[in-house]
Design a binder for this molecule. Structure first.
Ligand SMILES: Nc1ncnc2c1ncn2[C@@H]1O[C@H](COP(=O)(O)OP(=O)(O)OP(=O)(O)O)[C@@H](O)[C@H]1O
Length: 579
């Protein structure tokens, strides 16, 4: 079954047959190592080359980046007169995060090797503005940008030439909007005169063409698509219905048919998301107070079984990432807990990295590059890593904190099982959150249960106990490890402070779930004492929890008044994306 799916990732044609210039096809083969286009590339590239506005909805890791970069490069190198830096920007790619910005730039840089007169560049929050200004003044032909910084330059950098702009591409369009950048995007489109208008130039070379791409297109994208795409073609066909042999004709016909009728984009709220077929998706139901112990046990098991592998764990807040990073980097376990009594090895032996929006830009870049090149590492991250990032050979994705919207689930797990490779994912849920599985089911996402008891029973115990263990909380391994975690934290003042801070922001983030998810993730159903335990804190909720809850209630009232739910979540969770 998995093998059959792997074959269906690629089309049975070559890049040249899609209409791309031979030199570009050579680049794709020689520098990128791409022998054949993926199915989505084979579908979309001819359409993009035809000049149509296109909306691409294809599974994670199916090669969407090249889908839009290759046709743009093809067209630019094909201009009768070579483009020059003084002509300014011809193509603009808007992305939600710094990391995605760098990644797209890297791909672009490689693809442009033979076309030195087409200049790639990027602008994003965290970078030096004056250096960016200087680069813009010299001229950047294809520019990758995050929305906040782009708008800043559009308003304040007079030497930024964009009168020749022909393409605006939104990569991970829905995420840009979810982060609350809808207004900025509208302003950008207004400044660029691209609200479904043609550019003023009559020259065919400069007719505006906009593209929108994501693995998940939800209703948020409808508005953006409707204001930015002119009579678009939508690509988002069910992979299983694709017949690779006669694909070029059938796919093109079918794709054009899809939207030709109205030119209006409308994505259903219960759309089925496409996930890599070879991805093994599981969930584990864990009582709140045992969450930390189970996370460490799962990680220990994974790295013991296979010391050389890459795993990503997703958390809801920057503080939670910091806490777990500090803990896992320093916690040795209590020797009396383990059979190897004298050992002072770390409890989870691995190279551990962290990534979130509150880190310094340079540190983010360092982590991003390190996790890309490492053969074995554990990355703890917020959703800043969920979108578009292409870390090679990630074996497992753990969602320790729920992703919220099903779209986020899809993007997080999409960091593994890319381009037909194997991968597995594990979603942590508390018993009170079990309805989330139904929510995922609505989008065609089905998970099987992880055998937690079997895992726990596999660890050595302090003393041989014959009793059959019935509950997770009362399992001696869980009790012993929880105890040692709590004494570790109470003896480490610095980490304890981080734990308390993480506890507070975790509760706030938990209450920020929106819409239908509010009835699944209910703060009032949480036992704050158990939440504290999941941060290895001995303190009762009266010491830490109540004040937090009170503050939280007041804050919610204020937030309701100003109706800034989206931006609030961004701040609370401390994402620094899109700037
Ligand atoms: N034709 C191809 N042949 C081989 N590898 C390819 C091909 N096209 C893309 N790739 C590789 O596949 C991986 C995934 O590509 P990319 O990051 O563009 O996927 P994506 O669809 O944008 O994923 P996401 O939705 O997560 O952003 C990358 O490592 C890329 O280099």
């Amino acid at each position: 079954m998995a093998e059959k799916k792997e074959i269906e990732i690629f089309a049975s044609c070559d890049f040249a047959s899609l209409g791309l210039h031979p030199a570009l096809c050579d680049q794709l083969r020689d520098r990128m190592g791409f022998e054949a286009p993926t199915l989505v590339q084979a579908q979309a590239i001819p359409l993009i080359l035809s000049g149509r506005h296109v909306l691409v909805n294809a599974a994670t890791g199916t090669g969407k980046t090249v889908t839009y970069l290759a046709p743009v490069i093809h067209q630019l190198q094909n201009y009768p007169h070579r483009i020059q830096r003084s002509h300014g920007t011809f193509a603009l790619v808007i992305v939600p995060t710094h990391e995605l910005c760098m990644q797209v730039y890297e791909n672009l840089h490689k693809l442009l090797h033979r076309f030195h007169w087409i200049v790639p560049g990027y602008i994003m929050g965290g970078e030096n503005r004056s250096k960016e200004k200087a680069r813009l003044r010299k001229g950047i032909s294809i520019l990758i940008a995050t929305p906040g910084r782009l708008l800043d330059h559009l308003k304040h950098t007079s030497s930024f030439v964009y009168k020749n702009l022909r393409w605006i591409i939104f990569d991970e369009a829905d995420r840009i909007l979810e982060l609350g950048f809808g207004k900025e995007i509208e302003e950008i489109l207004d400044i660029l005169g691209s609200r479904t208008q043609m550019s003023e130039s009559k020259d065919a070379e400069f007719v505006r063409q906009n593209l929108l791409l994501s693995a998940t297109l939800n209703e948020k994208v409808n508005h953006l698509a409707n204001i930015s795409l002119d009579n678009p073609v939508m690509i988002g066909l069910d992979d299983t219905k694709i017949q690779p042999s006669n694909m070029q004709v059938t796919l093109l016909d079918k794709a054009i048919e899809t939207l030709e009728n109205s030119g209006k984009v409308s994505t259903p709220s219960n759309a089925e998301y496409k996930l890599p077929a070879q991805l093994n998706q599981r969930y584990v139901k864990v009582p709140c107070g045992s969450r930390l112990v189970v996370l460490l046990s799962v990680l220990k098991n994974l790295f013991t079984r296979e010391p050389s592998q890459k795993i990503v764990v997703f958390f809801s807040t920057c503080d939670a990432v910091d806490f777990h990073h500090a803990l896992i980097s320093q916690f040795h376990g209590l020797s009396k807990l383990q059979s190897d009594i004298e050992t002072r090895e770390l409890f989870v032996k691995c190279n551990i990295l962290r990534l979130h929006g509150n880190m310094k830009h340079e540190d983010r870049v360092k982590t991003f590059n390190a996790f890309k090149t490492e053969k074995s590492a554990l990355l703890l991250s917020t959703d800043v890593s969920a979108r578009g990032l292409d870390f090679p050979k990630v074996r497992c994705i753990i969602q320790y904190d729920s992703p919220g919207e099903a779209t986020e689930y899809v993007h997080r797990v999409g960091r593994t099982a890319r381009l037909g490779e194997k991968g597995e994912s594990l979603l942590f849920l508390q018993p009170i959150e079990a309805d989330y599985l139904e929510e995922l089911k609505k989008h065609g996402v089905m998970l099987t249960e992880y055998p937690l008891m079997k895992l726990l029973d596999g660890f050595p115990l302090k003393q041989q106990r014959m009793k059959k263990f019935v509950s997770i909380e009362m399992h001696p391994w869980v009790l012993d490890l929880q105890k040692s975690l709590e004494s570790f934290i109470s003896s480490e003042g610095k980490i304890k402070k981080v734990a308390q801070k993480a506890f507070c922001s975790w509760v706030r983030a938990y209450s920020a779930h929106r819409g239908e998810l509010k009835s699944i993730f209910m703060v009032k159903k949480l036992h704050l004492g158990h939440v504290a335990k999941s941060f290895a804190l001995k303190e009762q909720p009266s010491l830490v929890g109540r004040s937090v809850q009170k503050k939280h209630t007041e804050k919610r009232k204020r937030t309701h008044k100003v109706k800034e739910g989206l931006k609030k979540k961004r701040k609370m969770v401390n994402y620094e994306e899109g700037d």
